[in-house]
Write a protein that binds this ligand. Structure first.
Ligand SMILES: CC(=O)SCCNC(=O)CCNC(=O)[C@H](O)C(C)(C)COP(=O)(O)OP(=O)(O)OC[C@H]1O[C@@H](n2cnc3c(N)ncnc32)[C@H](O)[C@@H]1OP(=O)(O)O
Ligand SMILES: O=CC(=O)O
Ligand SMILES: [Mg+2]
Length: 591
């Protein structure tokens, strides 16, 4: 097959038989489906292509800046506050007022854009309202539902396009789902949660949509298609004139927020709606971004509804940023909680920054999920969630994330401690956090490393990648929620320990991690996985492929920026006549 300069098959390289009606310069290489065609209309594609053409150079530049920053950190520099933007941090300014429809965001349920889960999530507020205690019944319940094209989704063509169909039906209020096995029909309740949509990060391409011969930027596809089809209905039925609402992930610098702001302004202009209609919460989930929180809010100040502590990616980013700093190794993953000084400092500064600028400071995701077959263990898990949420609400957070509908009552109960106001923006200023320093934000976490930590990283990482390759981006493993961000921690931590031959100092064995030990651990953990899931499922699943990808990344001489970039090659399926696996190396495109 003839490949273009980007490494991708180009329109000129072969004859394409596309059934979609596309504007000039756009090619759809994903499977045709009548439902997808209602999303991939010529006008919607033109909107996405216009965004791509207008912003592609800015995006490439922003990713190049990330690479330059990485080189600096690899040469020994530490991330820190930027002296050039001191005036933005020091001056008094506020973001546009929070839209009344999302002033109360005490509990946000998140989940992938799967049809049944979208319905369950949108209905989860009503469920809580019915199942909570009497005392809580008098309190108005507001649930936000976050539909995820990101950490919780494996970005296959099918998942992404079905997700767009599901969201369009959800916003229209017509979504339904028939579970044939259980003969159960799912429909929306009268009262539903408000919808936020999280697009992919800037780094991920969409290889099934080529624009001028290059893959589209994944997040512009997610944003563009969703906005185009839903903005009008959303503002009328959900946002009280505002919206749609978004979450923006994995940014490292305010220049990336500026691109989003420009994207929003362009979208508003094209749609003929008021500037500031679209609102977004930015996840602060990279270490460099914690030093840019004011700057990020400043860039988005007409379009912001706050910041969120994306704690799992943040831990991943700590390891990634310090990949060349053997003096900053992390202890076992389970020991890196929110009470570690660097994590607490990050959340405290986020609250102070958001409240000073008049927007929400959202908490994060506790990893625990309900444990169905063991009431005692279930209660213990719920207690951990309550404790985590209590810490958040006491610190001043305005709301939090729940991974599962079963956790909503506990989260709601704790966050109702805020009292009779929708949030704590005006009441908890956290001025004490103004004095937090770069040293506080970078402080090396306490704890030890163990053989069990290495084993767990390996076992969980391989199983997660196996699930991701077969279309599931959020999975329950050992009673915890695992998604792309938590899997990344397992991967980079193994890489770091191998790279520096660290001593496992927590179990008295004094063993050093090297390739030989790791190979043995991988072999034993694969045997354990096979035993746990059963040989049939093991052989039918993609465990061996996942093991190859995961171990390859753990042992590679240089650390891959994201496991999803390499793994994406395995889930690209071009149509009509392409083989199912095409080695496209998406990252090459961005260089
Ligand atoms: C780091 C971060 O970015 S965190 C954010 C990204 N991560 C997520 O969004 C995780 C979301 N959560 C999930 O995907 C799931 O809860 C999992 C994978 C963790 C657990 O899934 P399961 O074990 O299948 O859940 P379980 O079987 O207990 O589900 C029970 C019911 O709750 C529903 N449910 C579970 N989680 C959710 C959710 N997040 N949203 C909506 N419905 C849900 C299920 O669909 C199921 O519905 P049904 O009874 O009508 O069939
Ligand atoms: O996206 C959330 C995170 O914790 O990562
Ligand atoms: Mg994340």
């Amino acid at each position: 097959m003839d490949l273009g300069t980007s490494g991708y098959p180009t329109p000129a390289a072969e004859k394409i038989e596309s059934y979609y009606d596309v504007p000039e310069g756009v090619d759809i290489r994903g499977r045709y489906d009548e439902e997808f065609a209602k999303i991939l209309t010529i006008d919607a594609l033109k909107f996405v292509a216009d965004l791509q053409r207008e912003f592609r150079n800015d995006i490439k530049n922003a990713l190049e800046c990330r690479r330059e920053a990485k080189s600096r950190y690899n040469e020994g520099a530490l991330p820190g506050f930027d002296p050039a933007t001191k005036h933005i941090r020091e001056q008094e300014w506020v973001c546009a007022p929070v839209p009344p429809s999302v002033a109360d965001r005490k509990v946000e349920i998140t989940g992938p854009v799967d049809r049944k889960m979208v319905i369950n999530a949108l209905n989860s507020g009503a469920k809580v309202f019915m199942s909570v205690t009497k005392a809580l019944k008098v309190v108005a319940v507001f649930i936000i539902s976050k539909a995820d094209f990101e950490d919780a989704l494996s970005p296959s063509w099918e998942n992404l396009m079905r997700g767009q169909v599901n969201l369009k039906d959800a916003v229209a209020g017509t979504i339904s789902f028939h579970d044939k096995v259980r003969n159960r029909v799912y429909k929306l309740n009268d009262q539903t949660a408000k919808l936020f949509v999280r697009a992919r990060g800037w780094h991920l391409p969409e290889a099934h949509i080529l624009i001028d011969g290059e893959p589209a930027t994944g997040c512009l596809v997610d944003f563009g298609l969703y906005f185009y089809h839903n903005h009008s209905t959303f503002r009328r039925t959900q946002g009280d004139g505002f919206g749609p609402f978004f979450y923006l992930p994995k940014m490292e610098h305010s220049r990336e927020a500026k691109i989003w702001n420009n994207v929003f302004e362009k979208a508003e202009k094209v749609a003929g709606i008021e500037r500031g209609s679209i609102r977004a919460t930015v996840l602060i989930e990279t270490l460099p971004a914690v030093f840019q929180m004011d700057e990020i809010l400043y860039e988005l100040k007409e379009h912001s509804v706050g910041l969120n502590c994306g704690r799992w990616d943040y831990i991943f980013s700590y390891v990634k940023t310090f990949q060349a700093h053997p003096d900053r190794l992390l202890p076992d993953r389970v020991q890196v909680g929110m009470t570690q000084h660097f994590m607490k400092s990050y959340s405290d500064l986020l609250i102070r920054t958001c409240h000073r600028r008049g927007v929400h400071a959202m908490g994060g995701m506790a990893a625990q999920i309900p444990i169905k077959d063991d009431p005692v263990a279930n209660e213990a898990a719920l207690e951990l969630v309550r404790k985590d949420k209590l810490r958040e609400v006491n610190a001043g957070h305005d709301g939090t994330w729940a991974a599962h509908p079963g956790l909503i009552p506990a989260c709601m109960e704790v966050f109702n401690n805020i009292g009779n106001t929708p949030n704590q923006i005006k009441t908890v200023k956290r001025e004490d956090a103004a004095n937090l320093t770069e040293q506080d934000l970078l402080q090396i976490p306490n704890g030890v490393r163990t053989m069990e930590g290495l084993r767990l990283n390996t076992r969980v990482g391989i199983q997660y990648v196996a699930a991701w390759l077969t279309g599931s981006g959020a999975v329950p493993l050992y009673n915890l929620m695992e998604d792309a961000a938590t899997a990344e921690i397992s991967r980079v931590q193994n890489w770091q320990w191998l790279k520096y031959g660290v001593e496992l100092n927590g179990d008295g064995l004094g063993v050093k991690v090297d390739k030989e030990l790791f190979d043995r651990v991988v072999e034993e953990e694969m045997a354990r996985i096979e035993k746990e899931v059963g040989t049939e499922k093991f052989n039918k699943g993609m465990y061996k492929e996942a093991c190859k990808i995961f171990t390859g990344q753990c042992t590679s001489p240089t650390l891959d920026d994201f496991f999803t970039l390499d793994a994406y090659n395995y889930i690209i399926v071009h149509h009509p006549e392409e083989p199912s696996k095409i080695q496209l190396m998406p990252y090459v495109y961005w260089q």
